[in-house]
Design a binder for this molecule. Sequence first.
Ligand code: FDP
Length: 336
Amino acid sequence: MGNQAPILYDHLHSRKKTLMPAADLALVIGRIALAGKLIAGELARASIVGGLGFSGNSNVHGEEQKKLDDWTNEVFLKLFENCDPVCSLISEEMEIPKHYERNCHSRDHASYAVLVDPLDGSSNTDTNGSMGSIFSIRKRAPRHSSELKDLLGPGSQQVAAGYVLYGPATQLIYTSGTGVDMFTFDPLMAEFVLWKENLKMPPRGPYYSCNQGNLTKWNPGAQNLVRHLTSRKNKNTSYSMRYCGAFVADFHRCLIDGGIYFYPGEIGADGKSKGKLRLLYECAPLGMVAEQAGGRASNGKGRILEVVAKDIHDREPVYIGSATEVAMAEEFRAEG
Ligand code: FDP
C-alpha cells in the first residue's frame, strides 16, 4: 500500500471554516455516505433479488415509483433516526416530511433538515444506467415548529449540499461552502477515499445535455439556445450532446469536463411554462456545488440559489454547468 489519500471521515473532521461545525458535518455527511454504500450495494444486486420494476405506488408528483425509489427512501428514513443533528427529513418520495421529535429536542444548539432525492434518475434502474442520491442540508431556525417556512428560503441558505453518484464507481461529492471535494468508494477498504480536493469546473465545455425530444414544448428562447449549440458555425458553436437521463450523472460530466445541462420549463395547455426538476432537493443542491466549483446555475432568468420556494416540492426550470454556457442560456432568454 503506497501513500493513502484521506478517507471521508478523517477529512470531514479536519474541516475548518465550513458553513456548519465540522463535528455536525461529519455526523450528517457520514450518514449520507453510509446510505450511499447501502444503496450502491442494493443497485448492484437488484436484478437478481427481485428489486427492479415499479412498486405500484405514485409519489407526490404523480410519478409512478420504482421499488428502488421506496427502498432508498427507507434507507434515508432509518439512518437519520439516530442522528441527533438531523431534526427533519424532506424527500421527493414523501408528501409530508419526517420529523424526528427526539432529535429536534435533544439539542440546544443547531439542528438541521436534510432534503433528499433518494434515487435520482430512477427511470434508469432496469437498464443498469447511472443514478444518484442528491442531498441538501439546511439549518433549522431556532425554536422552529414542525412548520417548514424556515426551509423554503433561497438555496443560498444551504449549509452543505452534494450527491452520491452510482456509476461504474460510486462517488460522493459535497460542498460545505469551502469548495467542492470528491471521494471515490473503495470496495476493498469499504471507505470513501479523497479523489479531488477543491475541484474547479472548466469555464466552458464541449457538451450540452438535455432531453431534446421535448424541444417543441419549450419556450422559443430555449429552442434557439439548442439551435445555437448545434449550429456548427465555428468552434464556439460546435457542441456534442450527451444525455444519461439522470440529473446527477449529466451534471457530474459538466462538473468534470465542462458544458451545460438543462431541463427547460414545458409550456402546458394553460400556456404556462413549468419546470420538472425539484427546486429544494435537486436544483438548489447541485446549484450550490456548481457555484462552489466556479460554475453557474440559473432558472433561465437568474441565479437559482436566489429562488424562494412556496412549497417543499416546488419545481423549477434549470440551466447548470460551466459559466460560459449558462450565461449563454440567459442571453438567449431561455425562459422568456
Ligand atoms: P427521473 O424522473 O428518472 O428520476 O429527477 C428527475 C429526472 O429523472 C432527472 O434525474 C433526469 O435528468 C430527468 O428527470 C429525466 O427526465 P426525462 O425522462 O423527461 O428526460
